[in-house]
Every structure is written in C-alpha cells, then in structure tokens.
Ligand binder design. Sequence first.
Ligand SMILES: [Zn+2]
Length: 324
Amino acid sequence: MQPGIYPDIMINKISGYISAWAGANLSYAGRTELIKSVLQGVECFWLSILPTPAGVQAKIIKLCRNFLWSGKCNKNKRPLVAWRDITPPKIEGGLGIRNSKAWNKALLSKTMWDIQAKIDTLWVQWVHQIYMKYANFWEYQIKHDDSPLIKQVIALREEIIATERSQQAEAHKINQWMANGELNSKLAYEYFRPKAIKLQWPKVIWTNYATPKHAFIFWLAMKEKLLTKDRLHDPGANQLCSLCRTENETAEHFHLFFQCNFVRQVWNSIKRLARVPQISYDIKSSCQMVDQGSQRHGYPIQSKKAGHSLHHLFCMGSKKSQNI
Ligand SMILES: [Zn+2]
C-alpha cells in the first residue's frame, strides 16, 4: 500500500458510516454510542496495524465531533462541550469516548512489547533482521531511514523511560499491563490517558435504568451547557422565559429548572407523586438529593425520575420558545 493512502481509506470509511446515519434522526445519546462502538472500532482496526500519520487523529476527531453535535460529518456546529471534556470516563465527568492519542500509544505499546520480547512472528523477526540487526531493543538508537513505525515505537520507549525515570522501571510498568501472556491495550490505555478525580454525580446520571437521551440531557445540565436562552449568546434576543413569560432566563439553568413559577408547580406535583420529601433549588444540590435518596431507595428509580423530569422541563422550555 502506498504511504498516504491508508489514512484516506480510514477517513472515507468513517465519513461513509456517518453519511449513512445522517438521516436517521438520532439523539445525542445514540450518536455517542455509535462513535464509541463503530467509529472508534474502525479507527482501532487501522491504528493496530499501521502507524498514524500526523494530522490523521485530528481529522478523525473532527469527524466524530461534527457527528456528535450536528449529526453530519461535514457540518461544523459549535460543540456544547469541548472534546477534551468528553473523552474522560463517565465517572470522571466525561462520556467515555476514547482519547485517540492515548489509545494510539496503548496500541503502539503492544507493538513495542512484541518487538522487545522478540515474539515468534514473521513481522517481528523481519523488524529485528532489517532494522535492529539483532541489537538489544532497549539500547537501539533510531536511524534516519528507519520506518515511521520503528521511529514511533522508539519515541514511545523514550517517553515512558522519561516518566518512569529508568529502563528497569519502564519494563516493570509494562509488565503490569500483561494479561494471559499478552499486553492488554486497555490496561496500557489507562496509563496514557489524562486522569481527573472521580465524581459522585455521574453515578446518579448513568444507570442502566435511565433512558439514554434523558441521561444525556441530565449530563449537559450538570455541565451547565444546555442551550437555555441565557446561553444563546445573542444580545438582541428575547431572554424572557417561555414557560412563565414574566422573568428572564438566568445563568446556570437556574431559572428554567428551579426558579420559574411554572416549573415550581411542576416540581411540587413531582414531589407529591414521587413522594420526594423536598425539592432543591439548584442542579448540583438536586443531584446530591437524588444521591441521598438513592442510598435509601436504590439508584435506578430515583435517577430515572430526576433525568426524566429535567429532560421534559428542558424540552417544554425549548418547544415553547420555538412555538412548537
Ligand atoms: Zn420562567
């Protein structure tokens, strides 16, 4: 295969899938699952057999980002949440879409392990014979005409040595990624991905019982990124709340979800029907309340109720403002 052709095949394959789904009217939650399962599956297949040329990862991220927020691969809609905040696992506040850069390093680690262990495959024998001339992998220095893959593997070796401070420590670290005699890419990925602190609120949102599109709206609300009127950044636009038509929508979804007179009546009804002792007046404390309630009555039903309520209040607000 000619150099430069494979990224085109990979990108065309991903764009092809997105174009096929473009008319399917999928929710954000549905698109997230397709990115995770299909698009990152295509990417993983190619990354595991060939090195990634510069710029290809950025193009794939752009395709996935466009698809998540606009439903199309070439429509560049302003993202509600930055991509770097989407890639952490759900428990750290993200959506668990894999970080391509870290995943690429995890797959390269597997290649690196195969080469240093001199595993008995034709390809590894060929690398040792042609490039390394049977030199010790840990002492091998790259040469100008080495293949891009060898250059990437050695650069990764140096990166891990720099972090772990010695070659022995690097070898020890890599041994921790072994499972059943093979390097496990998922364990390596955990090493390379950016880490954040674990949060309590994602446990309330992401339960098996929650409807995915409700959970996604709940997640956007926790990130304070729902497109309520105060966030539309249009100075000339009418800021009046569409539900009560008496007050303006205020920052952090405060009015639409909690302060609005109309919404308070809805919450009071929910309070009676769901037998919730009290209703809180901001998104973070309501999440804490659901969490405490869940400890008594179990997560599924409490978080399902909360996600459902937020989703319907938001839909009601946006439909009324568009006079739907
Ligand atoms: Zn209102």
